[in-house]
Design a protein around this ligand. Structure first.
Ligand SMILES: *Cc1c(COP(=O)(O)O)cnc(C)c1O
Length: 404
């Protein structure tokens, strides 16, 4: 749909074709006319903003991912009718649980929101008086044990609702750190390899001491199997971002797992007002968009998508390394952002430009291209691009690196 609109828009903006079609051709059908005039309003341009090719990945600062047209349709369907919010979440929760073969689910405000409401749910259970007191944890268990290597900024989702983090390195230390106030064990999937304690042992420790376990899998699709794997393995709660690999609304997420904890988590969400989660609202548009995105993700041809990413990365790599002194490495992160990724570096005696300057020129060129990396490399992924843009990126990088 988007591309058809674009064609219409482009045709209408060409004076010759516009004249050829005649002034009334495009508005002959009133529906079409509305579409055309809608699309003509270029909000970003009006606001003085530049759009860009996303060769970086799923970053909140870059507005995440682009939603498939079925997701956009689900959102606009939702926007046109009223429905009871709790009933909608109930039904969609059951539907997602069925699709993902887990006990229960809810659509949250991002993975961060899923962690906050999941944490709050575990702390307060179904006690509505406790629900109202957060982030004050007086009289509540509030200690969360995690591995030191799993500590990241996103753990703020837990401390925001009143949790205290207790960091350990080994299984032995973890068992010793358990107190009467221990309420949950938290695992960061992205840092699985950095930690001493792996999934199964972590879950077993939780079961042994009767403490619920929660895993942050925000950036862990692909692979598709991860949507099933961790609930099946025995984690009580699992959080995913809705707007990363799943390509749902960027402000949505999924909380999956044990029904009793998810029902308790829901007590902290709108429409209920006196709650820590009142500001983490997800409305019908995001709930439906998330469901549609998940359904599409489960159905799509992951193998051919993966092959497309590989060939796109290869194209950009070949283009960059055709310049003397430039080398590249194609890699796939094992956990989180598990997609073909490219690192480009060069001998700065031969190619006299810094990676920072290359990133700047890519960003400031036309079209603007966003990449990542550090002081020695340029980092690129293609999974967030619109197919076809890889050629533009490949040419531009070659051009910049050869004009030094
Ligand atoms: C992106 C991310 C989050 C936050 O997810 P949102 O969906 O943006 O709320 C949390 N944890 C990790 C590891 C992430 O990568």
């Amino acid at each position: 749909m988007a591309s058809r609109r674009k064609v219409i828009q482009t045709l209408a903006s060409l004076p010759f074709i516009g004249a050829f079609l005649g002034p009334n051709t495009l508005s002959a059908n009133p529906g079409t006319a509305a579409v055309v005039s809608n699309v003509r309003r270029d909000f970003f341009k009006e606001l003085g903003l530049r759009t860009f090719i996303n060769a970086a990945g799923t970053y909140t600062s870059m507005t995440g991912s682009l939603m498939p047209k079925e997701v956009i349709e689900a959102i606009s369907y939702g926007a046109s009718e009223y429905v009871n919010l709790d009933e909608l979440q109930d039904k969609v929760g059951e539907r997602i649980a069925e699709l993902l073969n887990c006990e229960y689910a809810t659509v949250s405000s991002g993975a961060f929101g899923a962690m906050s409401i999941g944490m709050a749910g575990i702390m307060c259970g179904m006690d509505t008086k406790k629900v109202k007191q957060l982030p004050n944890t007086k009289g509540l268990k509030n200690e969360v044990i995690l591995q030191e290597s799993h500590t990241i900024g996103y753990a703020q989702a837990l401390t925001n609702v009143g949790a205290k983090l207790v960091k350990v390195k080994t299984a032995k230390q973890l068992e010793k750190a358990i107190t009467k106030k221990t309420v949950m064990l938290w695992f960061l999937n992205a840092n699985t390899d950095q930690g001493d304690i792996k999934w199964e042992e972590f879950i077993a420790l939780g079961k042994k001491h009767n403490i619920p376990t929660f895993i942050d899998c925000a950036a862990d699709v692909p692979p598709l199997e991860n949507l099933f794997r961790f609930t099946k393995m025995g984690f009580d709660l699992v959080a995913f971002s809705g707007g990363k690999g799943l390509r749902g609304p960027q402000s949505a997420g999924l909380l999956l797992g044990k029904r009793k904890y998810i029902e308790a988590a829901r007590l902290h969400t709108p429409p209920r007002g006196e709650t820590i989660g009142r500001g983490m609202k997800v409305n019908k548009e995001e709930v439906l968009g998330m469901l549609a995105a998940l359904e599409i993700y489960l159905k799509k041809d992951h193998k051919s998508e993966w092959e497309m990413w590989e060939s796109q990365i290869q194209l950009i790599s070949d283009s960059a390394t055709s310049i003397e002194g430039v080398e590249s490495k194609i890699h796939v992160p094992k956990h989180a952002n598990h997609v073909p990724s490219l690192r480009i570096k060069w001998n700065q005696n031969l190619v006299k430009i810094s990676p920072d300057e290359v990133r700047k020129q890519l960003r400031e060129g036309s079209p603007s291209i966003q990449t990542v990396g550090d002081s020695k490399t340029i980092g690129i992924t293609t999974w967030m691009m619109v197919p076809g843009q890889e050629g533009i990126v490949a040419n531009r990088i070659k051009e910049i690196l050869s004009n030094t």
